[in-house]
Unconditional design. Sequence first.
Length: 204
Amino acid sequence: MATLVTLVGALAVSGPLVANESNDLDILVDKFQQGSYSSRGADGCMMCHRRDEGVADIFVSAHGKTDNGPMAGLQCEACHGPQGKHRGKNEPMLSFGKDSALTADMQNSVCLGCHQGTQAHWSYSLHKLEEVSCVSCHSIHTANDAVLDRSNQVAACTSCHLKQKGDINKRSSHPMTNEQMVYSPYINKASRYSSFKVYVIKLS
């Protein structure tokens, strides 16, 4: 229920958008307030969406398999909102990603409705300040969220952080490898620090 309250609040105070997006937001607000959830759950959704790429993968994901996950309760509608009159595409559903009518904050409020333990960290992160949505990095309709796999993290992050990607791949050198490193300066105490002996150690 916290998710619905948060999202409805976010929708209600949202700024002006283009006409069709504004209409979609109005409809979504009404749907959430009415709470017109489907009695069939995911079975009803899959009648139309079973052929859509990646949709069925939610059932093998962490969100679909856990007893306390969204799919154990309101199923698809836990994240995408109440069905209402969506059947036949008569009404929009809550969608995620760059093509969504919702801002990143609105999309993220759905995720943070369950992932409350990460709210404090997220609220002060640069990604939030830059209005990055959770799904910009995380994949929900998949068995394994690629960004959680250490072997994929650099590729995932540098798909946006292009400067850092360039820096990582720059040619680099270190004085030690070029025999230029002052590794162990020796102070001649007898001369009361008037001269120094510098040893350059070549590492093979």
